[in-house]
Design a protein around this ligand. Structure first.
Ligand code: PMV
Length: 311
């Protein structure tokens, strides 16, 4: 055992396929490097958490940190370790559809194994992270765990091994935080209820979202940014029909489109959280972020797509 262990993870962005991914449809996600989390594990007289949200005995941590508590207990139980102190520092905004809960679980699990000085396979990592994600989200598809644990874009399908592929398209992605906490747990539940009440319409919306995702993958592989933008707009229509969007997201999406975006949609669970937009060039991307900030976006990021080039 080492005196301390360290682990890292990125935030993530779902480009296409949120919600339908819960029902077995494909989704595209990628690690979002501008936001990341680091965890450090050291041994301590009692279980202690130090984070931006809470500092003190883990036993007294608020309910919103139950995922961390459960994960630590499981890890300690599986490896019969003494108590630990966990220090978390994160630039991933919490509950904004950027996968902060999964990323924290990835970073903690990596830090724990680093502290134990044991190798950690990706399968075992994802098992622990999905275990923690069940506490956070109820019925997670696993996409957040897979995207925050890796460093490549993925085409993810629940229950299947995911494939990585290069996002190599000449375009810029804008991400904007509404400043309102996303409500993934509630929206996933609400969609499940819709399925019970109207399986036909909900099923059709899900199938269409799955098709749009596969078309988006081809648009990316063929460097068709304007077409990808159209597909994003179409996905947003379906997500709105599933009632997982809201007024704040709709406003920012409209503003992005009015300022030259090729397309825009919510990302992640919805009802708050973040939206994304696509721009053909950096100048337009800047114009869009300025307009979004003027309309109340709490934070914006621009990421050049096409940076993921692997030999
Ligand atoms: O809000 P986030 O970043 O946790 O993303 C949730 C994505 C959903 O498809 C809505 C749920 C899931 O588990 O895949």
């Amino acid at each position: 055992m080492k005196s301390s262990g360290e682990g890292n993870a990125n935030g993530k962005i779902i480009l296409m396929g949120e919600h339908s991914v819960v029902y077995g449809k494909p989704a595209i996600a990628f690690p979002f490097q501008p936001t990341h989390v680091t965890a450090e594990i050291t041994d301590h007289a009692y279980e202690k958490l130090r984070s931006g949200y809470f500092v003190g005995p883990l036993a007294k941590a608020p309910k919103s940190l139950e995922n961390i508590k459960t994960l630590i207990h499981q890890l300690r139980h599986d490896f019969s370790t003494p108590p630990v102190q966990i220090t978390i520092s994160s630039t991933i905004p919490a509950e904004r559809g950027m996968g902060s809960s999964a990323a924290v679980a990835v970073a903690i699990t990596r830090a724990f194994f680093d502290w134990l000085n044991r190798p950690l396979s990706s399968k075992l990592l994802l098992n622990y992270v999905n275990y923690a994600e069940k506490i956070s989200h109820g019925n997670p598809s696993g996409i957040d765990a897979a995207a925050t644990a890796g460093d490549e874009p993925i085409l993810f399908q629940k229950g299947a091994t995911f494939e990585t592929f290069p996002i190599n398209i000449s375009a810029f992605l804008i991400v904007a935080d509404t400043g309102v906490k996303g409500k993934t747990r509630q929206t996933v539940k609400a969609v499940a209820k819709r399925f019970e009440q109207d399986a036909q319409t909900t099923g059709r919306l899900m199938n269409e979202l799955g098709d749009l995702t596969l078309k988006a993958k081809n648009a990316i592989l063929n460097n068709q940014a304007p077409y990808l933008g159209e597909l994003m707009n179409a996905a947003q229509k379906n997500l709105a029909a599933l009632q997982v969007s809201d007024q704040t997201l709709d406003n920012l999406i409209t503003v992005a489109n009015q300022n030259g975006a090729l397309g825009a949609k919510l990302t992640g669970g919805g009802k708050g959280g973040c939206m994304i937009a696509l721009a053909s060039d950096y100048k337009t991307a800047k114009k869009i972020t300025t307009a979004l900030t003027n309309q109340g976006a709490k934070a914006t990021w621009i990421q050049e797509l096409g940076v993921y080039q692997y030999a």
